[in-house]
Design a binder for this molecule. Structure first.
Ligand code: C2G
Length: 127
């Protein structure tokens, strides 16, 4: 069974997130998603509309996602890859190169982002 790992805030879920998760799952059999906690979002200088518990239950409901774990810091990826016996690490290509150090532990793939949509754009577009 090919196990895939990715991370993100996944606030105000939109097709860009879904496209990423769908393509990640298509590369293997079991997809684990590390959802950033509210405290870690603070470290990422991100303020999510939905709190962690809400974002967790939303991501867990996505058909491509098999397991959600909390992402609490920048330094847990190697431990997670070992703990969950990960074969492939996937991120959007806005992160290209940033996680190449993980190539010692598993394959690393950066997938093209979906253009024209982001959680911050949704927040900016007042109804
Ligand atoms: N994404 C995408 N297309 C978009 C928006 C996002 O492909 N239009 C992808 C991002 O590249 C990322 C994932 O969806 O792989 C989640 O995006 P965010 O919730 O913005 O996650 P981010 O803040 O990039 O957190 O340790 C890694 C970080 O937690 C990543």
């Amino acid at each position: 069974m090919k196990k895939i790992l990715t991370y993100g805030t996944f606030d105000l879920l939109h097709p860009g997130h879904i496209n990423l998760l769908r393509r990640a799952k298509e590369l293997g059999d079991y997809l684990i998603v590390g959802v950033s906690t509210d405290d870690f979002n603070h470290d990422k200088n991100k303020v999510a509309y939905h709190d962690f518990d809400s974002r967790k239950v939303i991501v867990e409901s996505i058909r491509y996602v098999d397991k959600v774990i909390p992402e609490t810091n920048w330094n847990q990826k190697v431990d997670d890859i070992i703990t969950y016996d990960i074969d492939l690490f996937v991120m959007g290509d806005d992160w290209t190169g940033k996680f190449d150090f993980l190539k010692r532990y598993c394959e690393v793939v950066y997938l093209p982002r979906t253009a024209g949509i982001s959680s911050s754009k949704i927040k900016r577009n007042k109804l």
